[in-house]
Write a protein that binds this ligand. Sequence first.
Ligand code: ADE
Length: 253
Amino acid sequence: MRFDIITLFPAIFDGYLTQGLLSKAIQRDLVEIHRHNLRDWAPPTPHRPVDDKPFGGGPGMLIQVEPTVRCVEAVEASLPGESNRVVLTPQGKRFDQPMAEDFANRDRLLLLCGRYEGFDQRVMDILQPQEVSIGDFVLNGGEVAAMVIIDAVIRLVPGVLGDEQSNIDDSFSRGNRLLEFPQYTRPREFRGHTVPDVLLGGDHAAIARWRAEQSRRRTLQRRRDLLGDPQNLEIDNLEIDLNQTKRNHPKSE
Ligand code: ADE
């Protein structure tokens, strides 16, 4: 899978590209990341401006339509196939796991990172990108949001994760739209905190049942919105069960 990132700050990605799973995926030719400096498409004056004040007044500066459109067209002209344009903006559709799965099915993604007060509206009107937000907060630019998207998407590219099962077990993933169950490793006891017995017993069916139960319990307590229809009988049972747990172990959770 190939990502093209259009940014005024390509060096922000330096550390990220050379570490962990992403750098391994790049070395193994599973993922390609190409950075394009928007300033290279600025007018050839000494300061190479790419931003200007908004018409009608208001604070800050906007990224101009001309260098942006020229840059996108130049990048796309050098590549075959569909590029799937994405603008990172707090005005966009909220990024989530189904969107990451959709992106992972594409061969290419073109990520446009805004800065200042964002892009001139005509960037959206002309390029018709998908506008994507990583959450209801305002970042200083789209670069961190682009890294978030790349990070979530490459995990889903076949071969990138060593153990293909782990992205099925992950919270929100295709096999599991709930939060992940708690996990433990050695030691078995630390400062009086022990590992649940069921995980040590080797009964795989019991472990699977315990994990499914923990997953639903956590989701109910922390992210009820993920469970959908509250009329769901299974969830009602779980709630009754939870109340009993609270009575029996008032200090737990
Ligand atoms: N740029 C600034 N804030 C953003 C956000 N929340 N998501 C995506 N891009 C952004």
